[in-house]
Write a protein that binds this ligand. Structure first.
Ligand code: CP
Ligand code: NVA
Length: 337
């Protein structure tokens, strides 16, 4: 009997049930424990995994690489300047070629349509490592981190402050709604998530019993939050928008004032990373020179505070990605979810 995950792709969270997403999260916790205890879990021995990256990455690339090696598979990095994808060869043709050589494909890029085309034409599981629309593997790590620190997901309130219509905000909203987490998107009106997406989240929330709030009012949006989350104000591919976003989002910065506004002493702070919290990067220096800002979406004080859990979250990328690859490619015995 094949398990319910075998051969499936992870393109968007909406394609999975609450029970299936929870299985990934709990399986990741189990794999994390096995790794810490040195117990081998080479469920993908002899398999080959292609890692396609159109955009740069630290965590996602490192997580897929280490997870593949821990599972006994061989990961092969194929960057945008290494292969023909999109320039000399269509996504469809690339998918057909890679599917004949590799057992699974990770894709990070711009268009959601491209990760879907890869899945349609490769014949092997395809895992979305971030597109402009969704960041599903990030979600599994994020909600695992929340569960580790708060003990549960049901009834937890997560407030996301910042660019409310980027991939991470979209994914947090929909995934949270599926999982029974109350999600508040706190952003200026012009950066609210698309109407269609809010409707989708609302319909999932009705089933899971959670609630969704989309607001431009910071006080209302962060009040009662157990988790405060933010992401960069300018995502990859939008680098010409810094001035516009700073003007729009300066009042949505996660700082100690916002932490206090949650009214929760034990609130945890999450960020998918990388973060602009100081001037120790080329972009950080440029922001200081051009806009007089030393920190953007989160202050250095919050980033280094007792509330911060983003490095646990970053580590969890690896354990959760490992769970997804093993469940969808490992022929594991999973009698029910
Ligand atoms: N959070 C995340 O996806 O990080 P990378 O861009 O470094 O992969
Ligand atoms: N929204 C960010 C997430 C990075 C992990 C981006 O797309 O650049």
């Amino acid at each position: 009997m094949q398990n319910v995950f075998q051969g499936r792709s992870l393109l968007a969270e909406k394609d999975f049930t609450k029970e299936e997403l929870m299985y990934f999260i709990d399986f990741a916790a189990h794999l994390k424990d096995m790794k810490k205890r040195g117990i081998p879990h080479r469920y993908l021995a002899g398999k080959n995994i292609a890692l396609l990256f159109e955009k740069s990455s630290t965590r996602t690339r490192a997580a897929f690489t280490v997870a593949a090696v821990d599972l006994g598979a061989h990961p092969e990095y194929l960057g945008k300047d290494d292969i023909q994808l999109g320039k000399k060869e269509s996504v469809e043709d690339t998918a057909k070629v890679l599917g004949r050589m590799f057992d699974g494909i990770e894709f990070r890029g711009f268009k959601q349509e491209n990760v879907e085309l890869l899945a349609e034409h490769s014949g092997v599981p395809v895992w979305n490592g971030l597109t402009d629309k969704w960041h599903p593997t990030q979600m599994l790590a994020d909600y695992l981190t929340v569960k580790e620190h708060l003990g549960t997901l049901e009834g937890v309130t997560l407030a996301y402050a910042g660019d409310g219509r980027n991939n991470v905000a979209n994914s947090l909203l929909v995934t949270g709604a599926i999982l029974g987490v109350n999600v508040h998107i706190v952003s200026p009106k012009s950066l609210f998530p698309e109407e269609e997406l809010v409707k989708m989240a609302q319909s999932f929330a009705e089933t899971s019993g959670s609630s969704i709030l989309i607001t431009d009012d910071v006080d209302e949006g962060v009040k009662g939050a157990d988790v405060l989350y933010t992401d960069v104000w300018v995502s990859m591919g939008e680098e010409d928008k810094f001035a516009e976003r700073i003007a729009l989002l300066k009042d949505y910065q996660v700082n100690m004032d916002m932490i206090q506004k949650t009214g929760k002493e034990e609130v945890i702070f999450l960020h998918c990373l990388p973060a602009f919290h100081d001037t120790e990067t080329a972009y950080g220096k440029e922001m200081e020179e051009k806009h007089g800002l030393k920190e953007m979406e989160v202050t250095d004080e919050v980033f280094r505070s007792k509330h911060a859990r983003h490095f646990d979250q970053a580590e969890n990328r690896m354990h959760t990605i490992k769970a997804v690859m093993a469940a969808t490619l490992g022929n594991l015995f999973i009698p029910h979810v």
